[in-house]
Design a protein around this ligand. Structure first.
Ligand SMILES: NC(=O)c1ccc[n+]([C@@H]2O[C@H](COP(=O)([O-])OP(=O)(O)OC[C@H]3O[C@@H](n4cnc5c(N)ncnc54)[C@H](OP(=O)(O)O)[C@@H]3O)[C@@H](O)[C@H]2O)c1
Length: 215
């Protein structure tokens, strides 16, 4: 059986991804709540990934909208250095450390989806605000793109992409009124997109329908 890995398996989307993948994969679920995995701490990431069997498909489903007790900035006035740094640590440095330690574990045709967000697109930003979250996700997109190039040199069949899951009903979006899909639906979409992409698509930024998102 093929081996799937979900980081952030305690989260709304991560749990649904792990459940969905368990139909036809052996799934390794890793999370902060259940395993003490802290993606901002390299020793923690390294230890969590050290003894993994080769990975065929992986999702990095960790992330924060804002640090605990804070919310995304509505204006420049609300920017706070500590909140910016924490948001970057979880949303950009976290995936970077994961990709660093995950790369050697990947099979030749592995699929890796890093959950970023459409609001991390600079070209698509027409509203401003949400400085830390947007910028950290843009950084995660760049890191994923670079990692895809490097991983693709050795693993010609690999697909490493940044994915926007849609607006999904999880604790993440609890305070926001918007049309949301269920985590189950989002997970099915994300698995379909990641498995249907071709090696030529590696390094891209795609939404839940498989459409490319501008950087
Ligand atoms: N929901 C949406 O509409 C939406 C839209 C666009 C993008 N996204 C992205 O999708 C991803 C998953 O979101 P979600 O809606 O599933 O959010 P969620 O339910 O709040 O789950 C977030 C996950 O991130 C983990 N996490 C947070 N900080 C961590 C750290 N320092 N180290 C390790 N794990 C950490 C949490 O772990 P614990 O709970 O165990 O602490 C949890 O598993 C995020 O990257 C988010 O930016 C979501």
């Amino acid at each position: 059986m093929t081996h799937a890995l979900v980081l952030g398996a305690s989260g709304g989307i991560g749990a649904a991804l792990a459940d969905h993948l368990s139909a036809d994969h052996d799934v390794t679920r890793l999370s902060r709540s259940d395993d003490g995995l802290d993606v901002t701490d390299e020793a923690s990431v390294e230890a969590a990934l050290a003894d993994l069997a080769p990975v065929d498909i992986a999702f990095v489903a960790t992330g924060i909208l804002a640090p605990e007790g804070a919310e995304p900035e509505k204006s420049l006035d609300a920017i706070a250095a500590e909140a910016l740094a924490r948001t970057f640590a979880v949303n950009a440095i976290g995936p970077a450390l994961v990709l660093k330690h995950l790369a050697p574990k990947l099979t030749d045709a592995a699929r890796v989806g890093v959950l970023t967000a459409r609001v991390g697109s600079i070209g698509d930003n027409r509203m401003g605000g949400w400085y830390a979250y947007r910028a950290a996700k843009a950084a995660a997109n760049q890191i994923t793109h670079g990692a895809a190039i490097e991983i693709g040199r050795k693993r010609k069949g690999a697909v490493v992409v940044a994915l926007h899951p849609g607006t999904v009903e999880t604790p993440f979006t609890a305070g926001y009124k918007a049309k949301k899909v269920t985590p189950t639906e989002a997970a099915a979409n994300l698995v379909r997109v990641l498995t249907e992409l071709a090696p030529e698509d590696t390094g891209g930024f795609f939404d839940y329908a498989g459409e490319r998102i501008e950087w």
